[in-house]
Design a protein around this ligand. Structure first.
Ligand SMILES: Cc1ncc(COP(=O)(O)O)c(C=O)c1O
Length: 388
């Protein structure tokens, strides 16, 4: 039995990380490195669901609404703390795709502007939402994969005459960060609305919305925020929100949801107009717990921890094996590794309970606050035979 197999089997991996951080999470057996896909849930989530959702439902039925709305407000407050925003500028969304659809439908129609600029390396859902927007006359223009996506001069050319710029903060496929603030500045100068996808950055790459300079930002709790699925968020500047007339609307988008006058739709001020009908509650209870747990450590500290784990991996890889961005200032929270046969290597990793995935012929993995240096060493040892 190798050292890796012995260590993962024993679960003896907590040597260099405060045991209390690891104890806060429910984690699959082995070495969990799929945080770019799904983060582990905090143990506190079960209790929160019981206290804030099941409990009020069982005891009060419909009278529990006060507590449920308070739970969603708490989620908005947690997101606001995370991204340096005001809670009023944040609207819960099921996921990024839904939030983007709502924004595209809600923006003012401009007869001379039809172009949505996005990147071929954005998460595919973005291309699908943009393609569907052809229904109301919008066209997609892709920035090609590779260096073009991180080059503001390339963006500048594409942004001329555009309606919307969609900017992914961090690509998970090659772990590269885009120069978001530079791109949003170019967009603003050209009167182009900007939407940032913060899915692969939130919780692991510190940012404040004011510094990014976008009109809108979208995120989800399912990945590094350790908050489960179904709890996304849409942030909008007050100015951008006021220009929008959401089409996918409902009574929770009304200025006063409890007015109940069918002939008097008055859209809510600010971002809340993007809400819609009766909201789900449970996903936001779980997600708020996830974000709260991360904030106990702080995003700066999580970033420093994760990036030193990534440094360790980079240092242990032979020349030419690293397929993702190396530069600490330009990289995200994932590592992609060239291997001779990604399928075979992944099977081996699975057999050792080392959890990662493959992308574009490479192995992909991403550490988080609950991972350790020892785990990185075990991963390097296990990968050894597969490295080119
Ligand atoms: C960068 C990025 N954006 C968006 C998504 C998913 O979008 P949605 O929340 O609509 O499922 C992912 C999922 O992996 C992603 O990595």
């Amino acid at each position: 039995m190798t050292r890796t197999a012995r260590a993962t089997a024993k679960g003896d991996l907590t040597m260099s990380i405060a045991a209390d951080i690891r104890a806060k999470f429910e984690m699959p057996e082995g070495i969990y490195l799929l945080n770019h896909s799904v983060g582990c849930l905090p143990r506190a989530a079960r209790r929160a669901l019981e206290d804030q959702w099941f409990g009020p439902w069982a005891e009060k039925g419909s009278d529990g609404w006060g507590e449920w709305i308070a739970a969603v407000d708490h989620f908005r407050e947690m997101v606001a703390r995370l991204i340096g925003a005001q809670p009023d500028d944040i609207c819960p969304q099921t996921n990024l795709s839904g939030g983007l659809s709502k924004i595209l439908c809600a923006l003012p129609v401009r007869e001379d502007r039809h172009k949505i600029v996005l990147c071929e390396e954005d998460f595919p859902t973005v291309g699908f939402v943009a393609a569907a927007a052809a229904h109301f006359g919008l066209e997609t223009e892709f920035i090609p994969r590779g260096d073009a996506a991180t080059d503001p001069d390339v963006w500048a050319k594409h942004l001329d005459g555009a309606h919307v710029a969609f900017i992914t903060h961090t690509f998970s496929n090659r772990s590269a960060r885009l120069p978001v603030a530079e791109i949003t500045k170019l967009a603003r100068e050209r009167d182009v609305y900007s939407v940032v996808d913060a899915v692969q950055a939130s919780g692991v790459i510190p940012y404040a919305v004011d510094d990014l300079g976008a009109d809108f930002l979208l995120g989800t709790s399912v990945k590094f925020l350790c908050g489960g699925s179904g709890a996304g968020f849409l942030w909008a500047t007050k100015d951008a929100a006021e220009k929008c007339s959401p089409v996918d609307t409902g009574w929770f988008s009304h200025e006063n949801p409890f007015e109940f006058d069918i002939r008097n739709y008055r859209v809510a001020p600010g971002a809340r107009r993007f809400w819609g009908g009766t909201p789900s509650i449970a996903p936001y209870v779980v997600a708020a717990t996830g974000i709260e747990t991360l904030l106990q450590s702080g995003v700066e500290a999580i970033h420093a921890h994760n990036q030193s784990l990534i440094d360790r991996l980079h240092e242990g890889l032979p020349d030419g094996a690293l397929a993702s961005e190396r530069d600490r200032e330009r990289r995200g929270n994932a590592v992609l590794i060239h291997v001779a046969d990604a399928g075979e290597a992944l099977e081996k990793m699975k057999s050792l309970s080392i959890r990662m995935d493959t992308r574009e012929g490479c192995l992909r993995l991403s550490p988080h606050l609950y991972n350790t240096m020892e785990e990185m060493d075990l991963v390097l040892e296990a990968l050894g035979p597969f490295l080119k």
